[in-house]
Design a protein around this ligand. Sequence first.
Ligand code: ZN
Length: 218
Amino acid sequence: MARPQLPGLDHLTVNTIFCIGRNYAEHARELNNPVPKNPVVFTKPASSLIFDGDSITIPEFTNEVHHEVEMVVAIGRDGKNIPEADALDYVAGHAIGLDMTARDIQSRLKEKSHPWDLAKGLDTFAPLGRFFPPSQLPDLSDTRLTLTRNGQTVQDGTTADMIFTVPNLIAWLSKHFSLSAGDLIFTGTPEGVGPVTKGDRLVAQLGENLSTLSVSVK
Ligand code: ZN
């Protein structure tokens, strides 16, 4: 499968999709997880991506798929060991995204201390909105992210509550991995995660209409 171009950043093709777990303290608490001292990192395959107007498919082997609304950062330049002070120079854009999670599978994996890929990386489990340039974001450190499910608000948070900021995350990731143009970082979800069912309509938003994502569930 060809790697898709990033919506709004047509010069970039998707590379590695990094995701950060437990980056909002209230969300860590709602799942009875400790607040981490270092970022919790996992990845999703490019095959998990879908875009505005597409549908999330719930596979038959899970009975509990949760929504997690997240700000997504696109990396625009290659880098390694990036200092926090320079980190924002590597950002090509921001978008809203959903880190869909088969919570029942994840719970079983966590019990065995296994990786989360089978719960997080499934086809259609990374819906992604349109990117806009950093210059259009009024305040990276206090940007609202919201999710409605069938018209009802289910998540409403702000990046002000992130435990690790975007510069923290870029510095941390680039210490361990070479970052490349086209990498994505799903930066974690605020509290309010919950189940979706077939027939649902999910609408996620970053800021005041900066990036909007509408997907159905089937
Ligand atoms: Zn997440």
